[in-house]
Design a protein around this ligand. Sequence first.
Ligand SMILES: *Cc1c(COP(=O)(O)O)cnc(C)c1O
Length: 220
Amino acid sequence: MGIKENLNHIKSQLPEQVTLVAVSKTKPINEIMEAYNAGQRIFGENKIQEMVDKYEEMPKDIEWHMIGHVQRNKVKYMAEFVSLIHGVDSFKLLKEINKQAKKHDRIINCLLQIKIAKEDSKFGMSAEDASTLLQSDSFSELNHVKIVGLMGMATFTEDMKQVENEFKFLKSTFENLKSLNTDLNIISMGMSGDYELAISCGSTMVRIGSSIFGARNYNN
Ligand SMILES: *Cc1c(COP(=O)(O)O)cnc(C)c1O
């Protein structure tokens, strides 16, 4: 199947309240344009420089989401246009995003990344740290960022029961934190291999790459 068919197939399965982020990392412009021409307007990248290059070349009605780990010294390159940063995992990073957003007279929407996986390699903060951050005075002073939800990545495992437990943990963390901060309305969880499970656990935003664009080749 082609990109358009893959996209339409996935969209036909998503409930109305679930937003699709088409993860286009490593994919060339012509392939991303196929998805664009099929109606997709939200794309996710995990490297800032690659996202900037694509932003410059592609139509300006695209919403670009940064879904990868963010280095503070690179926030300035995307501050002008990024529409949602999924991987915010520290106050220091949030402060830098606020500073760069202010230069462009913008408010940048962010998700707090919560560590839900058991693996050491996955980034993210604890539910307790997220709660502390949301209630802190220093956070309330940041007028150019808005935390609109949470993001999580489950463990890379065949054990779907474990993945389900991790998704349920993110959902319950979301419900707890929402009582502190009513701006929270997005739960970003679910990728090609687990988005149906994620949706059944309460996801409102899925990040899907290989099921749309095919497998990634990191060697070219
Ligand atoms: C690459 C990536 C995805 C998409 O992965 P697929 O398995 O190709 O759907 C989703 N989220 C993040 C954070 C990613 O880096």
